[in-house]
Design a protein around this ligand. Structure first.
Ligand SMILES: [Zn+2]
Length: 322
């Protein structure tokens, strides 16, 4: 495998710098695997890579607005193509690989380079993967293939061994928060979403659109009105996913209250703008709050291991009010 095992993962910028230096040193291969979780920037990295190859000015810049770079950004460049964009399809069939091979065999439109990006490469069927091998063995000059995957181990070894594997790591919380603020999201919400996003900017943005923050704030109000115990019995009627969400959210809020209960400052809490409400919740005292958080985590675990939902919630409700 061409992968350097000492260099286990890269930030998006680190990965790009690695590609740029390979190009400068003349060691750039033609086949790549970009591996990393959902929303860790695999697609963005492939666009940057395309800019590096296709920019009219011939010098990489993330902000270049030349015709080529703008087309890449808008997914309209004739020499840059995504395959497998419909991620709801569970497998990547041989017909789609044939399309890719045909596209790759055409001359590049602008005469510079061509780049095909295959999204969700772990979905390749064995037959489709084998069809791709020929391209990996004898790529046409100046053509580049990038396979994006969350799990490179699910690719055939024969595919992996012919590609340079670049592993991405989750985007840092701070970076996500800054990006969210640039989109006009206020700081407190941006930090909250960044923390909950598992290093995925797109997930953070999605949570913003789903109203995650407003819901959480509303939840705090309800808890302050003393409805938290009562609401546990109401959760019984909800779907499991919704219950788990409520449990985690309650734990999050109580953790803030606990910080205040043990004398922590408002700066340390997540819901700073609800400090007054949280102070009221903190009067329950640290031992009780700690116990409640423990119950919630236990119930969360139980629900995830498919314990009877009604039983788990009834138990939670009973110990909650002791
Ligand atoms: Zn450009």
């Amino acid at each position: 495998m061409k992968e350097n095992s000492n260099d286990s993962s890269n930030s998006q910028t680190g990965a790009l710098n690695r590609i740029i230096s390979m190009k400068e040193m003349g060691t750039l291969g033609q086949s790549f695997i970009f591996a990393g979780g959902a929303g860790w920037g695999k697609k963005a990295l492939s666009r940057s890579f395309a800019r590096l190859l296709l920019c009219e000015k011939g010098k990489f810049s993330e902000t270049c607005e030349c015709v080529s770079c703008s087309r890449i950004e808008n997914n309209q460049h004739p020499d840059f193509h995504y395959f497998g964009e419909d991620e709801s399809k569970r497998s990547f069939a041989i017909a789609e690989v044939r399309n890719l091979l045909e596209w790759m065999s055409l001359r590049s439109f602008e005469g510079k380079a061509k780049m095909a990006v295959l999204i969700g490469a772990e979905r390749l069927t064995t037959e489709a993967a084998n069809a791709l091998l020929k391209l990996l063995e004898e790529p046409p000059p100046s053509s580049y293939l990038v396979l994006l995957t969350e799990n490179p181990r699910r690719l055939l070894e024969t595919i992996r061994s012919r590609c340079s594997v670049i592993r991405l790591r989750p985007v840092q919380k701070e970076t996500i928060a800054i990006q969210l603020e640039k989109q006009g999201i206020q700081k407190e919400e941006a930090l909250y979403l960044a923390k909950k996003s598992n290093g995925s900017f797109s997930r953070a943005l999605e949570m913003h659109e789903e109203g995650e923050w407003d819901e959480a704030k509303e939840f705090i109000d309800q808890m302050c009105r003393g409805q938290s115990g009562a609401s546990i019995s109401l959760w019984q009627k909800s779907e499991r996913a919704e219950i788990v969400k409520n449990i985690r959210r309650t734990a999050e809020i109580l953790r803030d209250a606990l910080i205040l209960a043990i004398g922590g400052s408002e700066k340390e809490i997540m819901f700073r703008s609800s400090a007054n409400e949280l102070k009221a919740l903190s009067t329950e005292g640290a031992p009780k709050l700690t116990r409640k958080i423990g119950y919630l985590l236990e119930t969360d675990r139980a629900l995830r291991s498919n314990v009877n939902q009604k039983l788990a919630l009834t138990r939670l409700e009973t110990i909650w009010n002791v």
